[in-house]
Design a protein around this ligand. Structure first.
Ligand SMILES: Cc1cc2nc3c(=O)[nH]c(=O)nc-3n(C[C@H](O)[C@H](O)[C@H](O)COP(=O)(O)O)c2cc1C
Length: 177
């Protein structure tokens, strides 16, 4: 069962939870969840939008590019340490995160990508625009810290890969009960 929400009532909660790690879910050939700590919730082109930053080598990137959609799952209280460890440090290329992190996948409403019961606040998102981030335009200290040239793109944390910035329309927002 789901309970539809007024998005504006939850924007400050979402902004607060983001740096602790929330989930960006995809469903290309299989369901996969990746922890994200960066993002923006707001309004673009007169629509409610979520902006996500995904590095080149993430399994997730290919999945978003294939389907043009993703869902966002946010915990109502503290994030779960096991979910964060599995979904934030391991790749869907190598493991089944549903099984390893103990996720309960729930039927979506407007798109084909489910949310998960463990992080019940759910945003269903359709990609409107994908933009490779030009790191040369960043202040040098940020570029050197966030895009270290000597770290391979396969590393789960900061590495030499740039991000693609996905601006997506939030087409449905609800809490999984
Ligand atoms: C707290 C936290 C925040 C993260 N934020 C992001 C992010 O915003 N963008 C990103 O590309 N990777 C981020 N990551 C790294 C990915 O979650 C990690 O590389 C993951 O294993 C990728 O999974 P995938 O290969 O299945 O897509 C974050 C990891 C953690 C633990």
């Amino acid at each position: 069962m789901i309970e539809k929400i007024i998005l504006q009532d939850y924007t400050s909660h979402i902004t607060k939870m983001l740096p602790k790690g929330i989930l960006l879910n995809t469903y290309a050939d299989k369901f996969n969840s990746m922890v994200i700590g960066w993002g923006n919730i707001g309004a673009t082109w007169n629509m409610p939008t979520f902006v996500a930053y995904v590095r080149e080598n993430r399994f997730t990137k290919g999945c978003i590019d294939k389907t043009g959609e993703f869902s966002i799952s946010i915990p109502l209280e503290a994030p779960d340490a096991t979910i964060n460890k599995i979904c934030g440090w391991q790749s869907g290329r190598d493991i089944d995160k549903v099984k390893e992190a103990g996720l309960t996948v729930c039927e979506p409403v407007e798109i084909s990508t489910p949310g998960v019961k463990e992080y019940p606040l759910t945003l269903e998102c359709r990609v409107l625009h994908a933009l490779p981030l030009d790191t040369t335009q960043l202040p040098r200290d940020i570029r050197e810290k966030m895009y270290p040239e000597d770290v391979e793109g396969t590393y789960p944390m900061a590495n030499r890969d740039s991000h693609t910035v996905y601006t997506a329309q939030i087409v449905s927002a609800y809490i999984i009960k």
